[in-house]
Write a protein that binds this ligand. Structure first.
Ligand code: GDP
Ligand code: CA
Length: 328
């Protein structure tokens, strides 16, 4: 079975770890390709940083800090202290020493002419992951946030990372923009992975700044829906709240309720020009299943909390089962 997953960083990585586990246990011979959000990427202190890709890389290679939830385990911040002393990196963004090694390698390769896809391949050579990660696009189209409520005519815009990390998404956003996105195309690995794939899973990641930015790449939705492979999404919203995240601030900016069914409707039904065939909601949202079914979504209520490897694998199994049931 050829499985493709669309994902953001931390939530996406937990889910992909579950997919890998489920495949290893019950579906040997399957392949898993992951289309990773690149909207959070940015330049800092002369280094190219790809937070969602690195969350995937560290989580799937067992290098991530499980307690903190992100970054490398056993991390130190000596270099960061120097950078702060020079004023070259902001206090609000942590650059661990081990993590900096990744950023330096990425930047060195990119400066020597490698594309983000080339860099992704080289990083994965170090730690064979059992899945293949692809940046959504090789084009540099970082997400910026335009703030709401500014005085007439003056739009204040900041990089997504500053809005998210420095201001904890507390400044009301009017919109998210990616300058130059019209020039972007899906990366070559994405298109290869989608050819003849059997199922596509949309991870329970931030629907706006993770999945939304992947889908914003021109040609991406067409490539995802071109094949007969069923597309099944997993809700990142459980019981009306985004767990372990600040997705509310992003959803409200685009006028979508923080609600599992509302996110499904936002992605849209594939037969109406949207994305989804199927949608998994939490047991907490079981009452939404009938309405979604009557609208045409194949919906199921299942345990949605990814507490550990077993619960993540069980969630992945539910998503794959629903996709198999929807196969033409
Ligand atoms: P980020 O890029 O690091 O922000 O991570 P993602 O975009 O991949 O995922 C963040 C989202 O994952 C959060 O806003 C939550 O809605 C969702 N999430 C986190 N943990 C869980 C979980 O255990 N179950 C589900 N269903 N969603 C989760
Ligand atoms: Ca992210």
């Amino acid at each position: 079975m050829r499985i493709v997953v669309v994902a953001g960083g931390v939530g996406g990585a937990r889910f992909v770890r579950g997919v890998r586990e489920e495949v290893q246990r019950h579906r040997p011979g399957s392949t898993v390709d992951v289309i990773v959000n690149t909207g959070d990427d940015w330049w800092l202190a002369g280094l190219r940083i790809a937070p969602d890709f690195d969350s995937m890389l560290y989580t799937l290679s067992g290098q991530n800090d499980e307690e903190r939830g992100w970054g490398r385990v056993g991390e130190t911040e000596r270099v960061s202290a120097e950078l702060h002393a020079y004023g070259v990196a902001p206090e609000w963004f942590t650059l661990g020493d081990l993590d900096l090694g990744t950023h330096i390698a990425r930047s060195a390769w990119q400066r020597a002419g490698a594309t983000p896809s080339d860099v992704a391949r080289r990083l994965q050579e170090r730690w064979p992951l059992g899945v293949t990660l692809h940046p959504a696009t090789d084009e540099e189209v970082d997400t910026h946030v335009q703030l709401a409520g500014d005085s007439a005519g003056e739009v204040r815009e900041l990089h997504f990372q500053e809005w998210w990390t420095r201001y904890r998404a507390a400044l009301p956003a009017a919109r998210f923009v990616q300058h130059g996105i019209e020039r972007a195309v899906p990366s070559p690995g994405v298109l290869d992975a989608l050819l003849d794939c059997d199922t596509i899973l949309i991870a329970p990641s931030n629907p706006v700044v993770s999945i939304g930015t992947v889908l914003a790449v021109p040609g991406m939705v067409e490539a995802l829906t071109a094949e007969a492979a069923p597309i099944v999404g997993v809700s990142p919203i459980i019981g009306g709240s985004s767990v372990r995240g600040m997705a509310e601030a992003c959803l409200s900016a685009i006028g979508v309720q923080t609600d599992a069914a509302a996110v499904a409707r936002h992605y849209g039904l594939r037969r109406d020009g949207g994305l989804l065939d199927g949608w998994l909601v939490g047991l907490e949202d079981a009452t939404a299943v009938d309405a979604l079914e009557s609208e045409g979504f194949a919906a199921r209520a299942v345990p949605l909390w990814m507490r550990d490897l077993d619960t993540s694998a069980a969630l992945a199994a539910e998503a794959l089962d629903l996709a198999l049931a929807l196969r033409p």
